[in-house]
Each structure stands twice: as structure tokens, then as C-alpha cells.
Write a protein that binds this ligand. Structure first.
Ligand SMILES: Cc1cc2nc3c(=O)[nH]c(=O)nc-3n(C[C@H](O)[C@H](O)[C@H](O)COP(=O)(O)O)c2cc1C
Length: 357
């Protein structure tokens, strides 16, 4: 029987060669949000990894939306041109894999220093920027706190996402992924742990979903030609926090609003109070619930490292596709290795073929 991992899949009319996805992984190598030589090397390499889909790292929709001062941005013309150049270079390397970009706003988790230099949150006086979030507060006690967003802030950020989506389309990406996981702004609105508002943007589940759904609708309208994907948290790992059932309900609504693929991540990052299970987390039990509830293409991320393990996730119907993150950094030819092991074929650059077959 041929390997499911190497069977094609279609997302909103876009055909992917196989079910391997390289998920977004921040490189913290941008200057003023601009993609540079590092990104050309990094994403060019991933384009030949054998994956059917590569998602460019969390890219901020505004300067204040950056996680660190070295994150990519897509809020001005120079950044759009730098990413358009990156897309052209990637396509010159390989035409098979599709290239999505993850659009993100860090909310209260922004304004961090270059992690290669220091693990700290920068105050505006130290070169950082003022933070905003659904509710006032800091991620880490003792670090600069975010102020609660006003109605005008909320409307502005929704428009920032739409503008970045228009730029993503103009830069030539094949699709967009919205970051609603790992404790960043969309997740901060979803979770009752970080959203303590008592207006239409907080309180009930319906109200807490309102901001993310508004972002989805705005992005859908701004870039109707691009498939829209969404990264969601499996749950909050906090008693009384966002649950797997909430995720499933949210993805159903997101699908109605135009999201055509979802990536379920069991990662942390919402709040220091999170209690993630020790050791290896079996993530696919979460994606299965989301997949069955929503019926949309579902990817799963977290500790999938072996080809047979990936194949088993698909064979069990736990997900439609798998994300291979850190393992793809360790072994950027992972897809080739997987193809060999599963007796499948992967499109490879002609000059590399002699090394593998
Ligand atoms: C260096 C690094 C940077 C990451 N940056 C992002 C990011 O920009 N956006 C995102 O959604 N997840 C990010 N993640 C999470 C990964 O996409 C992935 O979900 C996680 O590493 C678990 O998958 P893995 O076990 O296959 O690595 C990052 C992970 C790493 C290791």
C-alpha cells in the first residue's frame, strides 16, 4: 500500500504534493522586520526538504505586534518587498512545495530582546515597545505590563491583520496561516485566563471568540484568493482555562468564516501558571477531536519525528497532515529519508538525487 504521508492533499483548491508540513519557527534574524540572507538560506533549504508545505515563521502585522525586536514584519512596503524576494528565491530553488506565511500579533508577549543576546522583555526606554492585550497585565511578574486594548485598538489591530494579508498576497505567498496559539494575541482573547474583559470582546465563549473571528473575516475579505489556515491551541493546561471542547467549537466557527485548514498545537506559552504534562505529549488525540468536530483539513504538531510515527497518525485518522518542526531543523532532508523508509517518491532537486537513491 502506498504511504499516506506522501499522498496529495488539497486545501481550498490548492494541491499539496504530500502531507508533511514544516511549521512556522521564529528565526529572530530580521532587521526592522526585514527578511535577510539568513531567511533565504533557511527557507530555501526547507523548500528542498521533501515537505509539501512550508510555513514562514510568525510575522508581525505591526511593529508593536512583534515578539522580539528581531522578528519578521509585514506592515510596510520594504518588508513586503523583502518577503516577495524571499518567495521568488524559494520558488527558484523548488516549485513543488507551497509556501504559507504565519501572521501574528504578540499582544502582552511582545517587546522581547533578541534571544541570542538576552532573555528579557525590553521597556520602551531600552528599545522595546508599549504592549497591548485584551486585559492589563504582564506575562512574567516584574516585566513591563500590557495595557488593556480600547475599542479603537481592537479595530486597528483587525485592520493591521487585513493589511498584512493584502501584503502577503502581493508578496506571492500561496496561503496565510493565522497564529491563534501559544499565548499570543488571538489566544489571549480566546482564553478566560488572559481575557478578563466585560464588554462584547470578553466574558462568554462567544464574546472571547469574537476578536479572532473578526480577524479571520477581515483577512478572508482582504485576501480572498489565498487559502486561509489557522493555528490553534489544543487547550490551556490550566484548570478553568480554554479547553479542547472550546477549541473544537472555535474551529467550527472559524471554518464557517472561511478557514480551510487548522493546525492543532499542544504547546504552552499562555501563562506561567500552565501545567504542561511532563515528557512526551501524545498530541494527536487533540487533533482527532478537532478534525471530527470541524471536518476541515487538520494538521497536528508536536514531537512527531519518525516517518512510521507520522504515517501511523494519518492511518489512525487522527489528522490529515503532520508538522515536522525541530526534527526538520536537525535533519532538513527529513522528507527524503521518510520517502525512502516508506517506499514513496518525493520531488527532489536533480543535483541531490545521487546522494539518496
Ligand atoms: C525555534 C522555534 C521557533 C518557533 N516559532 C514558532 C512560530 O513562529 N510560530 C508558531 O506557531 N510556532 C512556533 N514554534 C513551534 C513549532 O512550530 C512547533 O509547533 C513545535 O516546535 C512543536 O513541533 P516539533 O515537536 O515538531 O518541533 C517554534 C518552535 C521552535 C523550536
Amino acid at each position: 500500500m502506498s504511504a499516506l504521508l506522501f499522498s496529495p492533499i488539497t486545501i481550498a483548491g490548492l494541491r499539496l504534493e504530500n502531507r508533511i508540513c514544516v511549521p512556522p519557527m521564529c528565526q529572530c534574524r530580521a532587521d526592522d522586520g526585514l527578511a535577510r540572507a539568513w531567511h533565504t538560506m533557511h527557507y530555501g533549504r526547507l523548500m528542498t526538504s521533501g515537505a509539501g508545505l512550508v510555513v514562514v515563521e510568525a510575522t508581525a502585522v505591526s511593529a508593536e505586534g512583534r515578539i522580539t525586536t528581531r522578528c519578521l514584519g509585514l506592515y510596510n512596503e520594504a518588508q513586503q518587498q523583502a518577503l516577495a524576494h524571499l518567495v521568488r528565491e524559494c520558488r527558484a530553488v523548488a516549485t513543488g512545495p507551497k509556501l504559507f506565511i504565519q501572521l501574528s500579533h504578540a499582544g502582552r508577549k511582545g517587546s522581547r530582546a533578541d534571544p541570542a543576546v538576552a532573555k528579557k522583555v525590553l521597556s520602551p526606554g531600552e528599545g522595546g515597545f508599549a504592549l497591548i492585550a485584551p486585559s492589563e497585565g504582564a506575562y512574567f511578574v516584574g516585566t513591563p505590563a500590557a495595557r488593556a486594548m480600547t475599542q479603537a485598538d481592537i479595530e486597528r489591530v483587525i485592520e493591521d491583520f487585513a493589511a498584512a494579508a493584502r501584503r502577503a498576497a502581493a508578496a506571492g505567498f500561496d496561503g496565510i496561516q493565522l497564529h491563534a496559539a501559544h499565548g499570543y494575541l488571538l489566544h489571549q482573547f480566546l482564553s478566560p485566563v488572559t481575557n478578563r474583559r466585560n464588554d462584547q470582546w470578553g466574558g462568554s465563549l462567544e464574546n472571547r471568540m469574537r476578536f479572532a473571528l473578526a480577524v479571520i473575516s477581515a483577512v478572508r475579505a482582504a485576501a480572498p484568493e489565498l487559502p486561509l489556515a489557522l493555528r490553534v491551541p489544543a487547550c490551556d493546561w490550566i484548570e478553568g482555562g480554554w479547553s479542547l471542547e472550546d477549541t473544537a467549537a472555535f474551529v467550527v466557527r472559524a471554518a464557517q468564516a472561511g478557514v480551510c485548514a487548522v493546525d492543532v498545537s499542544a504547546g504552552g506559552g499562555l501563562d506561567p501558571a500552565q501545567k504542561l504534562p511532563a515528557g512526551h505529549v501524545t498530541v494527536q488525540k487533540f487533533s482527532r477531536v478537532v478534525r471530527e468536530a470541524s471536518g476541515i483539513v487538520t494538521y497536528v504538531a508536536g514531537n512527531i519525528t519518525e516517518p512510521l510515527q507520522a504515517e501511523a497518525v494519518l492511518a489512525a485518522g487522527d489528522a490529515d497532515g503532520v508538522c515536522i518542526g525541530r526534527e526538520m531543523i536537525r535533519n532538513p532532508n527529513w522528507g527524503w529519508m521518510a520517502a525512502q523508509e516508506l517506499h514513496a517518491v518525493v520531488q527532489a532537486p536533480a543535483s541531490y538525487i545521487p546522494a539518496f537513491f
